[in-house]
Design a binder for this molecule. Structure first.
Ligand SMILES: *Cc1c(COP(=O)(O)O)cnc(C)c1O
Length: 372
């Protein structure tokens, strides 16, 4: 048999790609360490689980699973168009909002085109850029957050796309209305600006005091080059179903809808997402538990003399010194959190806010580890 290096056959952008590192799955930790009742605070999931309305909608849909889903997701799009006051042809549905980030890169980035994002930004931006042969321009962060002036200054002839997460993951930092206004005015109309608002619902919770935070959803008609992405994976508690969406200019949406698979969102996700939009009680409970948990964790960090990056998401980065050994010790104690060395933050761990009992267990374990 001829010895072929299949790796060498792969296109260049893919060959050099570093796979996305997800948070360690609970089952894997329990299997590898022989632990039971481990706690996972690593992937910014909703610790309350899905809401009752979403679960009921899924149960109703089950007998119809032999059928293909509605490839246009009409019913969910109708609900979203009402919620955001936009037309249906401005919406694109994704198998998670990550799907949409990938459509954007595939549709608008050719080999050598430039994509701008910040240092410490969401890991999917470099991945989708590199996969299509785009050139990533990484702008140095300011106080762990985005330096929008520097990002605007980095725009050149070859820039096609700018990715901005507001709030940002993993830092939890956020951008204010005025800085976003000033920024958008400076960006040429042919450069798409993607505002990833995965954590929007947390950031508008008054309890988290995201002073000056604003969503740009209401600016869609004003800036034709704006694309806003949202997800059902976080505050709506449906990460396992994979459903997210974007709102954009109708012509951008038309292009995105050409690159997606005909049935990229599944039937259970479509119906559950629509039901979740109407479950205000579950959303409010989720926000409440998050704000309470955020306060408990930040107070404990202060008592322990640990620095943290103020966050308006459902997660927080805390400075523990060399993070690797602390992460490992937490695993041994049955706690999965997220190292963020690959985000350029080797001294920090990112903790997703859990339920009160989970936060208490985490703090207990952390205190013991730091004392030894
Ligand atoms: C979690 C997250 C998303 C959502 O991803 P899905 O594919 O919708 O699950 C998007 N952007 C950021 C910054 C995130 O942290």
């Amino acid at each position: 048999m001829v010895n072929i290096s299949f790796k060498s056959l792969a296109v260049e952008g893919i060959r050099s790609l570093q796979p996305y590192q997800p948070g360690k799955p609970l089952e894997e930790l329990e299997r590898e360490y022989g632990i039971q009742h481990a706690v996972k605070l690593a992937s910014n999931e909703n610790p309350l689980g899905p809401g009752k309305k979403a679960l009921a909608a899924i149960a109703r849909e089950l007998p119809a699973l032999s059928r293909y889903p509605d490839g246009n997701g009409f019913s969910l799009k109708k609900a979203l168009s009402k919620k955001h006051g936009v037309s249906i042809d401005q919406l694109t549905l994704g198998n998670g909002s990550n799907d949409i980030l990938e459509f954007l890169a595939r549709a608008f980035i050719a080999s050598g085109d430039e994509v701008i994002f910040s240092e410490h930004a969401f890991a999917v931006y470099p991945l989708v850029t590199q996969a299509v042969g785009g050139r990533a321009i990484v702008v140095t962060a300011k106080n762990f957050g985005y330096d929008l002036d520097a990002i605007a200054a980095a725009v050149g002839d070859k820039t096609r796309l700018i990715f901005i997460a507001n709030p940002n993951n993993p830092t939890g930092t956020w951008l204010t209305e005025q800085t976003l206004r000033d920024f958008l005015k400076k960006i040429p109309a042919q450069v798409l600006v993607v505002l990833d608002e995965a954590y929007y619902d947390y950031a508008i919770d008054p309890a988290l005091k995201a002073c000056g935070y604003t969503s740009v959803m209401g600016w869609i008609q004003e800036y034709a080059n704006l694309v806003v992405t949202r997800t059902f994976s976080k505050a709506y508690g449906l990460a396992g179903l994979r459903i997210g969406y974007s709102v954009s200019h109708a012509e951008v949406a038309d292009i995105l809808n050409r690159v997606r698979q005909p049935f990229n969102t599944n039937a259970l996700a479509l119906t559950a997402a629509e039901a979740a939009l109407n479950d205000e009680e579950h959303l409010q409970q989720s926000l409440k538990i998050n704000a309470e948990g955020m306060q408990v964790l930040t107070q404990a960090f202060e008592q322990l003399g640990l620095d943290y990056i103020p966050s308006v998401g459902n997660f927080i980065c805390v400075k523990v010194g060399e993070a690797g050994p602390v992460y490992e010790a937490l695993l041994c104690a049955g706690m999965i959190v997220r190292p963020v060395t690959n985000y350029g933050l080797p001294e920090y761990l990112r903790i997703s806010i859990g339920r009160a009992d989970e936060n208490a267990r985490f703090l207990d374990a952390l205190k013991k580890i730091l004392q030894t």
